[in-house]
Ligand binder design. Sequence first.
Ligand code: SAM
Length: 281
Amino acid sequence: MSLASKTKEIVKHFEFKFSKSLGQNFLIDQNILNKIVDAAELDENSTAIEIGPGIGVLTQEMARRCKKVVAIEIDDTLIPILNETLANFENIKIVHNDALKVDFNRLIEEEGLENIKLVANLPYYVTTPILTKVLMEKLPLKSIIVMIQKEVADRIVAKPGSKEYGSLSILVQYYCDVQKVCRVSKNCFVPPPKVESSVIKMNLRPPKYNVEDEDLFFNVVRHAFNMRRKTLWNALKPIGLREEDLKEVFKLSGIDETRRGETLSIEEFAKLSNTIYTKLK
Ligand code: SAM
């Protein structure tokens, strides 16, 4: 039986009602499912965390290939369904919670997870908060493989100078090497979402540039992109330096104050924030 027919049968059997507000668009394309699991490069020594298992299609496929899967699902009505669809798997743990509220470090420790991949067909309304949470909390993840809205994937991989380049590109590229896996059409889901999707893979690694104070670095980035059309001089005025100090920051870091934030590489943002750091000390 095809994945589409199987999914429709389970949905009908349990009289499941899709919730738009929870971003419930279930994947029904076996080919895309395989691409996601292949990209995760799971094996008997690795484990996976999944956000939003739905009826457990991706969860099962991962559990067949790795040591353990911990799947976090918010929707009460999906828990009894998952208990049935995943009943034959001893290496799956279902956590009934909002992924944004989960203490991942604790979960990883309690479940003894190692060599961890975060894999998900994400509910699109939480993409940025989830990525921000897992990256800023510095979870010990090897990689993140997620299906997300195509426009968000374009922003994540964007290079300086492009219109998609922004705080999200910098946040992710600061912590990870990023690559697109594939584009996914609306027809690969039930119900079909309004937007096109992409699968993207992020390999975590230590940051490439020395940053004295990461909070300050991301604060500088936020200021620079909050006022995209403004020069760096105007965008960084509210950061709390005296005008003469800010002038010197630009001089010392060798960055022209008339440039706009969207033209700066991560290395240049690091230089700028490190120079600001010495002035704020
Ligand atoms: N993994 C399934 C698939 O690929 O067909 C379902 C993916 S569906 C796009 C998103 C899933 O995330 C739904 O099961 C939804 O209930 C769940 N979800 C939505 N918000 C969540 C949250 N804050 N925390 C955990 N799960 C959430």
